[in-house]
Design a protein around this ligand. Structure first.
Ligand code: DAH
Length: 372
């Protein structure tokens, strides 16, 4: 190969070429040699050597070829030699800029200490709240529910009125909470939703029965933070409406859910309660999962979790109040249904034995890692 380099020292007349093809062949050999050398370039010094050797101002291959071949070529040959010289020159320049760029990107010339430990990038997991969402979603998927979502910023209409909570209804005291400051003239008011129930309305506005949905999401209240309260927490709303849904369908569905979530041996019961958007309204309890409903702890004393009662309150629910159907143009004479609102944080705390809701929001990995 290097014979071709020797030739760069000779004047054109000594090259023994006379046709365009022969000239092209000379330049091709040169170009191939440059490419082969370029591929071996790794370090900064090698890159600089390559540049000086092929493109430098003094005695580089390019300078020699110009001086010896091009400048001495007879007139009739000069056009050929000039054209190939131009190609060759551009080719080597771009080969050089390639190694320069690669060097910058890879910084391959930096000495590396291969004995250093690698960079450890910790891989996270789903937050426990997310995991519990998924557990609950899977249970409801298995009985024909699907997931819908709604906005966290709501109008009072969806958060209250359409759920049969008129403006001066006392239950608003708990819930009249975070209103947004809006620019002058903007339509409002708007608030951070206090429950996922508004999505019941949004869903029924869009769909005709049968409706079977669950609504996972965040909700906001003006609760002071303590072991069981947070200004933001999580709910899963449930809604089933069809032409012939009975109270038995309702309690059977909830019982199925609770058994799937806590275990087959857990019993459920419901007590009368009150929500403006359900009638009748109930509160569901589960037999205490800590003392198996006996009220007595394993140590022999009173069970601290259920305070000896044997039951633990789970969540509110009920048959959809016919007044609600009026807001979504369903015919209350033709449809019936049930709804429920599960507090996810509370259920997660019960199932996984967590005694402070704040642990969910402090993002301490030592806590989060316990639920891989
Ligand atoms: N939205 C209620 C709350 O946050 C929970 C609730 C109770 C939802 C009964 C329901 C229901 O759908 O039927 O306190």
């Amino acid at each position: 190969m290097t014979a071709i380099l020797e030739k760069t020292k000779l004047p054109f007349a000594d090259l023994g070429v006379s046709t365009g093809g022969e000239i092209e062949n000379l330049f091709r050999q040169l170009t191939e040699l440059a490419d082969a050398e370029q591929r071996k370039v790794i370090t900064d010094e090698e890159r600089e050597e390559f540049r000086v050797r092929w493109l430098g101002r003094n005695d580089s291959v390019r300078v020699r070829v110009k001086r010896n071949w091009l400048d001495t070529a007879p007139k009739e040959m000069r056009r050929w030699v000039g054209t190939y010289f131009q190609y060759f020159s551009e080719h080597v320049e771009s080969a050089y800029s390639y190694v320069k760029l690669a060097g910058e990107i890879l910084e391959v010339d930096k000495p590396e200490d291969l004995s250093l430990p690698g960079v450890i990038r910790p891989i996270g997991t789903h937050h426990l709240i997310r995991q519990v969402f998924q557990e609950i979603e899977d249970i409801f998927f298995s009985i024909g529910f699907s997931v819908v979502e709604g906005p966290e910023i709501e109008t009072p209409y969806y958060n209250f009125e359409a759920l049969n909570i008129p403006e001066f209804h006392p239950v608003r005291d708990d819930m009249d909470t975070f209103y947004l400051e809006l620019p002058k003239g903007a339509p409002g008011p708007l608030l951070l939703r206090t429950h996922t129930s508004p999505v019941q309305i949004r869903t029924m506005e869009k769909r005709q029965p049968p409706v079977r949905v669950i609504v996972p999401g965040k909700v906001y209240r003006r609760d002071n933070p303590d072991a069981t309260h947070s200004f933001m927490f999580h709910q899963i709303e449930g809604l089933a409406v069809d032409s012939d849904i009975t109270f038995c369908d309702f309690t059977g569905t909830i019982d199925y859910f609770v058994k799937q979530f806590f275990g087959e041996s857990v019993k459920t019961r419901f007590r009368p309660s009150y929500f403006p958007f359900t009638e009748p309204s109930v509160e569901f309890d589960a037999s205490c999962i800590f003392c198996e409903g006996t009220g007595t702890a394993k140590s022999g004393g009173t069970c601290g979790k259920c305070k000896g009662v044997g039951w633990i309150e789970l969540f509110g629910a009920g048959m959809v109040d016919p007044a609600v159907y009026g807001f979504v143009n369903y015919d209350p004479k033709k449809v019936s249904g049930f709804a429920f609102g599960i507090g996810i944080d509370r259920l997660a705390m019960l199932k996984y034995g967590i005694d402070d809701i704040q642990a969910f929001f402090q993002n301490d990995v030592r806590f989060l890692r316990q639920f891989p």
